[in-house]
Design a protein around this ligand. Structure first.
Ligand code: CTP
Ligand code: MG
Length: 378
């Protein structure tokens, strides 16, 4: 019975991205980097596969959020190689045949790169590493001159790096005092022969901020837009809720919830992007739970449904249609509030307003209407 262990190292701090959160716990097109890495190993051709993740101190909550339902994490160390060693030791008892050691920072690893590594191991290789030839001309700065480095025997190493479990654990223990950049280097110190298998350009390691956008573009995906519309009647009162902001007015707004037509239209637009029905289906007006409910709850629910489908809301545009109240003074607060509810950049949220020049029900100020367009990347 073939037993393969997958060790994903995720104990780094991701300092080079400049972000507060370590990169492996960030989201990429609606899914965490870590979850993407883990998912790529789901279809391994082994009788038994275990996936364990090595995390850093204080990263337990980030881990739980990034990989819900993941196996208990292993505590890592100061250097990558320490994290690998500690991870290997944590799974020693299960005595796998092979181990695939992968950087959580390479979320786009494909099943075919993983298969290349596994196939080399099952065919007898002691170690296997995805590598790519170097395409650019390489130069070394020698004072003012630029020396050309011949590319012929130069390769770029990626992960997962695969080994026979017992061999690589022994090598990591034996050479723990040396400073290495990856497991191939440890293998070399221990005299383990490593074979190169084809890597992929798309198997990039997220290192700096610009790599997030690059990875997102590589993921491609489709942009889907949908619209929503809502109207509410004015009633007695002294304020209305619009786009999550309390706006003083000569009237109130009639509705089962807080009657925020702006957020209702936007919620419907978002639901429309994923074909998830409309707001009335999710929050029936007949349900007492939603009496007077703040509408941000509806919006938040729709956003969670998008995230569950692996999608991401990339743009929202709301148009409020009313003679009064004047929207201009509240526009920025509305954008900020929507961005806050959806966890989006405010630059991707637009709120506009128009009158109907006295015509129709909004013109007669019987009520107001809102329409919205949302764009989701799936
Ligand atoms: N890693 C680890 N333990 C460490 C250092 C790194 O498990 N002590 C992991 C990282 O989480 C990452 C992989 O090793 O998945 C490759 O390391 P790198 O890209 O250098 O990530 P970071 O060290 O987190 O980033 P930076 O060097 O920019 O701080
Ligand atoms: Mg590092």
């Amino acid at each position: 019975m073939l037993k393969i262990a997958v060790l994903i190292v995720a104990a780094g701090k991701g300092e080079r991205t400049g972000r507060e959160k370590p990169k492996q716990y960030e989201w990429l097109a609606g899914k965490s980097l870590l979850a993407r890495s883990a998912a790529a190993f789901a279809g391994l051709p082994a009788q038994e596969t275990t996936i364990r993740v090595v995390i850093g101190p204080g990263q337990d909550d980030l881990y739980a959020a990034a990989l819900p339902g993941g196996a208990p994490p292993v505590a890592g160390g100061a250097r990558r190689q320490d994290s690998v060693r500690l991870g290997l030791e944590a799974i020693e008892k299960s005595a796998p045949d092979f181990v695939l050691i992968h950087d959580a920072a390479r979320p786009l690893v494909s099943p075919s790169v993983i298969a290349n590594v596994v196939n080399a191991l099952t065919a007898g290789a002691k170690g296997a590493v995805p590598m790519l030839a170097v395409a650019d001309t390489l130069r070394r700065k020698d004072g003012d001159a630029w020396a050309t480095i011949p590319r012929d025997n130069l390769f770029r190493a990626q992960t997962p790096q695969g080994f026979r479990f017992a061999d690589i654990l022994k090598a990591h223990r034996e050479f723990a005092s040396r400073d290495v950049t990856d497991d191939v280097e440890i293998a070399a110190l221990a005299g383990i022969k490593v074979e190169a298998v084809p890597g992929e350009e798309t198997n990039l390691k997220i290192t700096t901020e610009k790599d997030f956008a690059l990875a997102e573009n590589l993921l491609g995906g489709e942009s889907v837009s949908a619209m929503g519309y809502d109207a509410h009647r004015f009633c007695d009162g002294d304020h209305v809720w619009l786009c999550g902001v309390k706006v003083p007015h000569t009237h109130g707004m009639l509705g089962h919830s807080d009657a925020d037509a702006g957020l209702h239209a936007l919620t419907d637009a978002i639901l429309g992007c994923i074909g998830a029905g409309d707001i009335g289906q999710h929050f029936p007006p007949s349900d007492e739970r939603w009496r007077g409910a703040p509408s941000w709850k509806f919006l938040d629910h729709a956003a969670k449904l998008v995230a569950e489908k692996g999608g991401r809301i990339v743009h929202c545009d709301v148009t409020l249609i009313c003679e009064r109240p004047k929207i201009g003074p509240h526009r920025e607060a509305m954008r900020t509030r929507i961005a806050e509810i959806l966890g989006m950049d405010v630059a991707r949220v637009s709120v506009k307003a128009t009158t109907t020049e006295g015509m129709g029900y909004t013109g007669r100020q019987e009520g107001l209407a809102a329409q919205a367009v949302a764009t989701v990347r799936l």
